[in-house]
Write a protein of this length. Structure first.
Length: 130
């Protein structure tokens, strides 16, 4: 259980320390909406939904019986989600800085962590023997 907390902290730090280290080389964009710009302009709803999602992941991680890979997936996902939630609380928006110019989309490491964690958890459930 302690290593889950370590993964969450590493994920929180990864987004912010990487962005600080690369600050001279990157262009920042500010997202007040959710993924892909949905709910843009309603930051209160986005903040509430983010907090609820973090609470659900926290409860799953610490109160459900999960196998090792599910636990890793939920830890990574929660670390990324908490990172974005903290920015929403402290700044009123999420800072995106990794561009995908061919579809005019920006994201951050926390978004990658959320997606990677969900993929790991999903594959773990999918590969379980009945």
């Amino acid at each position: 259980m302690l290593w889950s907390i370590g993964i969450i902290i590493l994920c929180l730090l990864a987004e912010h320390l990487t962005r600080i280290a690369l600050s001279e080389f990157i262009e920042l964009t500010y997202n007040t909406g959710a993924a892909f710009g949905i709910l843009e302009g309603v930051p209160d709803i986005t903040l509430i939904l983010s907090a609820v999602a973090c609470l659900i992941m926290f409860c799953a991680l610490f109160f459900m019986k999960l196998d090792k890979f599910e636990r890793v997936g939920f830890s990574i996902m929660l670390g990324g989600a908490l990172s974005n939630l903290l920015e929403r609380i402290l700044l009123g928006h999420v800072i995106d800085w990794i561009p995908l110019p061919f579809i005019d989309l920006n994201f951050n490491i926390a978004d990658v962590e959320i997606s990677l964690g969900a993929l790991i958890a999903f594959l773990s459930v999918l590969c379980k023997k009945p």
